[in-house]
Structures are given as C-alpha cells and as structure tokens.
Design a protein around this ligand. Sequence first.
Ligand code: IFM
Length: 477
Amino acid sequence: MTALDPRPAPASDTTTALRFPAGFRWGTATAAYQIEGAAREHGRTPSIWDTFSRVPGKVRNGDTGDIAADHYHRVSEDIALMRRLGVTDYRFSVSWTRVQPTGRGPAVRQGLDFYRRLADELREAGIRPVATLYHWDLPQELEDAGGWPQRETALRFGEYAAVMAEALGDRVATWTTLNEPWCAAFLGYGSGVHAPGRTSALASLRAAHHFNLAHGLATKALRAAAHGGAAEVSLTLNLHAVRAQTDSPDDLDAVRRIDAVGNRLFLDPVFRGTLPEDLVRDTASVTDWSFVQDGDLETASAPIDSLGINYYSPTVVAAGPALPQGRPPEPSPWAGAEQHVRLVPAPGPRTAMDWPVDADGLHELLLRLRDELPGVPLLITENGAAYDDYADPEGRVRDPERVAYLRAHLAAVHRAIEDGADVRGYFLWSLLDNFEWAYGYSKRFGIVHVDFATQRRTFKDSARWYAEVIARGGLEP
Ligand code: IFM
C-alpha cells in the first residue's frame, strides 16, 4: 500500500450505526487562493490576498499563496486523491483574477480552461463539481476602485458570474455565489485581520450589503445563462451558533446583537427580502443605511436552491464591551455590538486554532434552520479542524483528534436529519493542508498532509477514516 491508498473498509463491516440518507453528498472543500499557487501564470493578476499577504505582520511568517499546494499544476493528482476517498462532490472556488484579471471585461481563455479541465476531470472521476465564485480573493484593481463598500463591485461580480455561467454552466452541478460574506465584510473591512485590512465599521456594513446585492445579481446571471436551470444555485454562510453565558436579560441581548450582525444581516435579505430592524437601530450611530437602494433587497432575495453552512465552533457571549484582542488590539468586527458584547471563551477541548470543539452547536444551528427556513435544503459546505500534524518516521500521519472531531460533527448532522433537518450533504474542510489566511501555513486543516517543501501528498489517518465512512454511507457502530 502506498501513502496515498485509503485503507478499504473491512469486508465484515456491513452494519452501520448512523446511516445517512441515500444520495447524501459526501464531499471535500478547498478554495483557490489557499491551494492553487501559480499566482503569476497565464495572466492572473494580484487579488487583495496577494497584496495583503505582502504587508509585513499581516500573515504569520510572511507566508503568501504564491505556491500554496501547487494545485494549479497538480489537478490530476489531487482528483486521483479524491477518487480514492470516494467523494461524490468536490467544492472548489474560482480565482476571479485568473478569469478576469482586472475584475471586468472579457475573460482570459487560459483561466477558463483551467476550471473547465478541473470540472471535466472531476466528472470523468464521477465527482460532481461544486464551484464557489467568491472565496475572498477580490481583484486588487476593484479594491483600488473602492472594493466591496462600493456598489460598483457588486455590479462587476454579477458580470463575472455571467462569464462563469456561460463558460462552465454545462459542467458545474452547484454554484455557490459567495463564501462566508460575514468574514469577507467584517474581518476584511471591520477588524482588518483579513484582506484588504481596512478598519471601518461603516465600510464593513456597506460591504455586507453589497455582498447581499452581489449574491442576488449573480443568482440572476447564473439562472439567465444559456445553460441556466441545470445547475443549482446556493450561498454559503458561516452562521454563528450564538449562546448566552447566562440567562440574564443583558446576556440574552448580547446574543440578539451578535445574531443580528452575524446571521440575520445575511439570512433576512436573502430569504425574506428585508433588513433586520434591530440591527438598523443598533448601528444608527454608524449609518442610516441610505446605501441600500430601492429594489436591492428584492434582488438579494432571488430564490436559491440550497443554503450552505460552514460550522467550526459555537460563539458564547455575555454583556459588556469587547475585551481587546490581539497585540496591538484589533478593532471589533461586530459593528453595532462592540460596546455591548463580550466574547466568552467556551469550555472544553480546543483545536490548534484555539477553537472549542462542540458539535452540539452544529445540531442547534441545523434545527434553527429547519424551523426558520422550511423547504430550504441545507448543505454543510465546511466543517473540519486544524491540528499540529506531522508525518512520523514511517511516513504515517496520525490525527486521532481530527477523527474524533469529524465523527462528533457527522453524528450531530445525523441527529439533525433524524430531527427533521433537510441536510443533503457534507463537505469536509479541507482536502489538503493549505494557506490558512492570516495564519499562513502554520495551521493544517487537510485530511491529506502536504509537505510544502516537496509538495508530497500523504493521506492522514482521518482520510482513511473518511473513505470508510463514505464507503459505508455512515458512521461505524
Ligand atoms: O480556511 C477557512 C476557509 O477558507 C473558510 N472557512 C473557514 C476555514 C478555516 O478557517
């Protein structure tokens, strides 16, 4: 057996304690800037992450995505890994500047060819392509023109979606317009720990609205394209499973505030065509929201086929101003809540990101969506954990904590399905160790270990375990 072969499921293992529904989508997920590399090839120009990662002190060790996991040159090898895992679906993202280097105008053929080849090879391997249009890598040229706080950027995104739909609409099974717009708006323009590193509460709120608008414009473009109708259209949110530290009215109000800016700011426009009224009140000292134009919320609420949820850990809050974070302290990403809410470290085991391990939060979130969005199919588009993995002298990567994390979270998904949540699939984050944004390569989320010096890929124990889960259609007894 080579390092890449998943261990086959034992032949005797025919019983399953937690079997998932027939047709359940088993996937892995990645994002362009985190794995592709080839930052300067075939006309690709800098995105905000190429720029941000070069600002001293912004990314650990000065790491950049210039080479990353070199996926651009190793597509076939990486698809072979997925085939061995047995995944039914693969969620990747498109690098906007590889396709439209200036963020506008005609597409670059080589950029489109890369994604066409990826989609074709996936389909030949029997794996459905799930393409995300925006996973945080805005063309630098559009940021220079004002970025997401400007309405223009949403309009450009709609055009880019139309280009992609024409080019790949016959190959992609599911389009995801945006990945985690909360992070892109509030970490990128509020706290500034992500690209482009701006720190303005107003800019973050404007960006959030323009993400909702961009999502609606892209949905319309994807439906209107020649191949429209065949592919599903989706949106991925990192919804916060928010809990109060105590049942005191002030702590419960802290939950309301975080829920408003972290969850309902995206859920309400997209599923109801409204803005959360309490958030508009909470942020009155920052903005009167006059940047929301007539018809925007109607555009944002164009019907979609499923909602993607990224979940890693719960958020516990209490009343009180935010404690300073980071050295020097970073501005808060919680516009309208920063003076009233304190994040409380949750108890229990933690991952290498220092994130608490708590699968119940995922179950809570799924039941909430079951109740609030009946009829909307759900996909877990990201879930996983970073640990300090290394290859032992025999070349084996043992990651029992990750297996325990994944097992607990899949069990929570199963429990939610039994409780009536319409969850159609699970995409493990991530296929490969990769560029973990401000943490650079210091955090490993992959179930495939990447030696960044040689680009050698090695299945971790968790990859073998996941292959068995997929083959079995559920968790072991
Ligand atoms: O790596 C990220 C991903 O790009 C977006 N969701 C969270 C992951 C882990 O931080």
